[in-house]
Ligand binder design. Structure first.
Ligand SMILES: Nc1ncnc2c1ncn2[C@@H]1O[C@H](COP(=O)(O)OP(=O)(O)OP(=O)(O)O)[C@@H](O)[C@H]1O
Ligand SMILES: [Mg+2]
Length: 310
């Protein structure tokens, strides 16, 4: 079973608006509202692939209720801890005509130390029945930047694989605890290590940095250019032919979901990355953020190629 942690979930609203511009009034031609926040995208995609999934974190208010209802419909077990604040709403305005995506992300509620301590206590119990734990996205206000380190420590002490997908200070802190896998995109990682990651050499150096920090399975993703991963026998770049994109937001979350599912099924490292990539690619084909179909994932699995870099 997989546990997907989302400490700062959201209702993700996507509006489809052609020729979007500032200072004008628009009526969307299509819209969706999804239980979102990066970890809930992970949960949904892992569930679509057929895994038993638990989602946990902190939620509150009417927006929190919407999320719990949505999880139930999707067949995901909710172990969210209730908080006083109101769960946030995040908006993505997609302009398919001009190929742009404009995001407005609410910061989310402030959380008290009592609230996040209750979560910490429950976390140790929830993961007993899980073999893989994912934690994605930012932390809500009031939760210390090193919070993921606590989760990683608990998960490691119980022999669980921990996949961390976050950025900035949270990633910098999290890496120190040596999570099983991290999967920053190249922008996120170059910000944390303070160096550009554009050449093959930069990439190898960055993966080595993560390995030396104690990450068993570091991966750097590059959007449509695929990803580079440190596998037990060397560093490999994975790539695939270009696809026509509908909405690429959430491809990294889908990637994590694919990796978590493959790890939970005991797959080889190469197949862990391949399933991650196929999910990331499949996600680009849907209007909804964090969405795949098994058919597309199977089809994309066939066209992924790899090249040894070191
Ligand atoms: N435009 C695209 N075309 C094909 N595959 C893509 C595209 N964008 C993403 N992918 C696939 O998804 C994986 C993860 O994408 P990306 O590097 O954009 O993650 P990310 O920036 O973390 O995304 P997010 O945080 O929005 O979920 C890539 O390694 C690739 O396999
Ligand atoms: Mg990402």
């Amino acid at each position: 079973m997989i546990l997907a942690v989302t400490m700062n979930p959201a209702i993700d609203k996507v509006y489809s608006i052609d020729n979007f511009a500032v200072n004008k009034i628009f009526r969307p031609k299509a819209m969706t509202a999804t239980a979102g926040g990066k970890g809930l995208n992970v949960a949904r995609v892992a569930r679509i692939l057929g895994e038993k999934v638990v989602a946990a974190g902190l939620i509150g208010g009417g927006t929190g209720e919407f999320i719990n209802n949505q999880l139930q419909k999707d067949g995901i077990i909710s172990k969210f801890v209730p908080i006083n604040g109101e769960t946030r709403i995040c908006i993505n305005i997609l302009d398919e005509k001009n190929g742009t995506s404009t995001e407005v992300l609410e910061p989310g509620p402030a959380v008290t130390s009592d609230e996040y301590r209750i979560f910490l206590e429950r976390f140790g119990k929830i993961i007993i029945d899980c073999d893989v734990v994912t934690a994605s996205g930012s932390l809500p206000r009031g939760v210390p930047a090193g919070f993921y380190r606590e989760l990683i420590r608990i998960a490691k002490s119980m022999g669980k694989m921990f996949l961390l997908d976050t950025s900035g200070e949270y990633l910098k802190e999290g890496i120190k605890e040596g999570p099983f896998m991290v999967k920053p995109n190249h922008h996120e990682l170059s910000q944390v290590i303070g160096q550009d990651i554009s050449s093959k050499e930069d990439c190898i150096k960055a993966l080595n940095y993560l390995r030396e920090a104690g990450v068993n399975f570091p991966v750097i993703t590059f959007g449509e250019k695929g990803c580079t991963a440190a596998l037990p026998d060397g560093m490999y770049h994975f790539y695939a032919p270009p696809v026509k994109v509908v909405n690429a937001v959430g491809s990294g979350d889908s990637f994590i979901a694919g990796c978590a599912v493959a790890l939970s099924r005991g797959k080889e490292p190469v197949d862990v990355i391949r399933l991650g990539m196929a999910c990331g690619m499949a996600n680009t084909q849907f209007f909804k953020t964090g969405m795949v179909s098994r058919e597309l994932v199977d089809r994309f699995l066939e066209c992924i190629r790899m090249e040894k870099w070191s």
